[in-house]
Design a protein around this ligand. Structure first.
Ligand SMILES: Cc1cc2nc3c(=O)[nH]c(=O)nc-3n(C[C@H](O)[C@H](O)[C@H](O)COP(=O)(O)OP(=O)(O)OC[C@H]3O[C@@H](n4cnc5c(N)ncnc54)[C@H](O)[C@@H]3O)c2cc1C
Length: 530
């Protein structure tokens, strides 16, 4: 099989790229390879299904693990990643956030020409189809449908009141003029149903003559001749097939699998590749380095309130009661994304821009919901928006189907430890506010008035990812960067990367919209060269 472009991985970035390429006036022939299934299941479409999808490895979730984390009591973290056309947008919490203007201006200052806020803002707008905001800061004709939550839980409004009491002001649009404040999140949903990136970008293109989507197919190796990428070997149920690219191959397999595939193909740190018995095609020392993620401290509270999600009788009642409204008009408890509310706040008044993000959940979220609670609860999460800790991805084996080694090296930077501690204090303060008094809350771990030392211990015992790994194929204009600002793999021909792995630094917020923006940008760069 042969195409002009082969894109590996159908997450938000890969879907955006494939769609824009074939829909352009030049309409090159594109093959999009995806390891997972072609379509979402009912659990993916029904927003509350995420409670079951995130917690366990399965058809739609790789369910990776980290190495034992020294600063987290040597605990092994859980790393859910989505699999299927739509990628992690099939299992994520659907929150629509772009990040802060300064994040992208910082990328530009770091040498990523063409990636400042003024460059990327039009791409965010182009990708967005906002059902609620119709103004110059938002797009309302793009593929990614964004809306307000269909039936927010009353507890989410109480969270906003509690945070207001603690002097964090209401913000009705986190993607508006300023990100700062607290409020309800907008979500990637349409009429109360998840609107994943595959449905958004490719839903109407499945029969396009120039697009071939090969799902249930894992790319195991990029073929390289004299430092030029020429084809891809894929593995399916029926065996191995070689696909050839006449123009370019773009890897969009996400921040964990993109560096893995490059290394499996001989592009990576020569020493490590040799240890793995992989022939070195191109010594690129920083492939897999610079891993950054949002580490999250969660305070879980058992409460007395109706309509919250739990794994017990109350939750069952809410789910059953929510079935008819969900099926008939996209309303009710099953439309919840769990993390309904939150905000962007400063850890102290002297900080220039928000450095902490809050996620308020209408359920207990204990160890990614792997520890099930059978009584109603709420959870307030906090993460440091721009962490300084850096980790890495390495190969565990030369077998492409073996998960890579993931070491986020959480809290290795003092700044992250200090800032997360400040965040944890704020979380406990908000949960103590009078707006929550009627909830009669009981902390599941630790005390609401925990001391700094106790909070440090709670963080070490319970903090884990809030699912935003990035940076493992860092973009830059310096020689050490893996990718140049046109997304080409340095030192190689015919090979680009377009996904969350290219981010030089983690943006201040959730990473789906920025990943789709990267796919949008990749299409512009590729079409310019075509
Ligand atoms: C549980 C969870 C909750 C999250 N919540 C939010 C949220 O609320 N809001 C938000 O903005 N972000 C959220 N995120 C993050 C967001 O979903 C990701 O940042 C985003 O999806 C990354 O997009 P991507 O295109 O880089 O890669 P991914 O979405 O990771 O997609 C990569 C795709 O490539 C495929 N692939 C990998 N290797 C191969 C291979 N060798 N061959 C073929 N295919 C391959 C994978 O199967 C996958 O489909 C969440 C993520 C998770 C996991």
């Amino acid at each position: 099989m042969i195409a002009d472009y082969i894109i590996i991985g159908a997450g938000p970035a890969g879907c955006a790229l494939a769609s824009r390429l074939v829909n352009s006036s030049k309409s090159p022939k594109v093959i999009l390879i995806e390891a997972g299934r072609p379509k979402p299941s009912i659990l993916n479409i029904m927003p509350a299904g995420l409670a079951l999808l995130v917690r366990a490895k399965g058809a739609y979730n790789y369910g990776f693990k980290t190495t034992p984390q020294a600063e987290l009591n040597n605990r092994v973290g859980f790393v859910p990643r989505g699999r299927g056309v739509g990628g992690s947008s099939l299992i994520n919490a659907m929150i629509y956030i772009r990040g802060q203007k300064e994040d992208y201006d910082e990328w530009k200052n770091m040498g990523c020409n063409g990636w400042g806020w003024d460059d990327v803002f039009p791409l965010f707008k182009r990708s967005e189809n906002n059902a609620f905001f119709h103004n110059k800061l938002h797009g309302d004709t793009g593929p990614l449908k964004v809306s307000n939550l269909a039936s927010p839980n009353p507890a989410s409004y109480d969270f906003v009141k509690a945070a207001n009491e603690c002097q964090y002001p209401l913000n009705e649009d986190f993607n508006g003029a300023s990100q700062e404040g607290v409020g309800l999140y907008q979500v990637f949903q349409h009429e109360g149903r998840r609107y994943d990136a595959g449905t958004a970008y490719l839903g109407e293109l499945k029969n396009h003559p120039n697009l071939q989507i090969i799902s249930d197919a894992t790319a195991t190796k990029i073929l390289i001749e004299n430092k030029k990428a020429t084809g891809v070997i894929i593995k399916t149920k029926s065996g191995e097939t070689t696909l050839l690219a006449q123009k370019e191959i773009v890897v969009s397999a996400g921040a964990i699998n993109t560096p893995q595939l490059l290394m499996l193909s001989g592009i990576g740190p020569a020493k490590h590749l040799k240890e793995m018995d992989i022939e070195v095609a191109h010594d690129a020392k920083n492939v897999g380095q610079n891993l950054q993620d949002h580490l999250d401290y969660t305070a879980n509270m058992r409460v007395k309130a109706d309509g919250l999600i739990d794994f017990g009788l109350g939750g069952l009642k809410a789910a059953l009661g929510g079935l008819i409204p969900f099926l008939t008009n996209g309303k009710g408890a099953l439309t919840t994304n769990a993390a309904e509310a939150g905000g962007f706040i400063k850890s102290s008044p002297d900080v220039e821009r928000p450095d902490l993000q809050l996620h308020f959940c209408v359920s207990n979220v204990d160890d990614h919901a792997r520890k099930m609670h059978f009584l109603p609860g709420i959870a307030l999460h906090v993460c440091v928006l721009r962490p300084q800790s850096r980790g890495e991805i390495k190969l565990a084996s030369s077998n492409p189907l073996t998960a890579p080694i993931i070491d986020p090296n959480y809290l290795s930077a003092d700044y992250d430890k200090d800032t997360l501690l400040k965040g944890a204090k704020i979380v406990h303060k908000i949960l103590s506010a009078t707006a929550f008094k009627n909830y009669d809350g009981k902390m599941i771990y630790g005390n609401i008035d925990a001391s700094d030392d106790e909070l440090r211990q709670l963080i070490a015992d319970h903090a884990d990812t809030i699912y935003h790994p990035v940076g493992t194929c860092r973009m830059g204009s310096d020689e050490a960067s893996v990718i140049d600002p046109e997304l080409r793999v340095r030192g190689m021909d015919g090979l680009r990367v377009a996904d969350a792995s290219i981010m030089p630094t983690l943006i201040s917020g959730n990473t789906q919209a920025p990943s789709a923006m990267i796919g949008e940008k990749a299409s512009d760069l590729i079409l310019k060269d075509l």
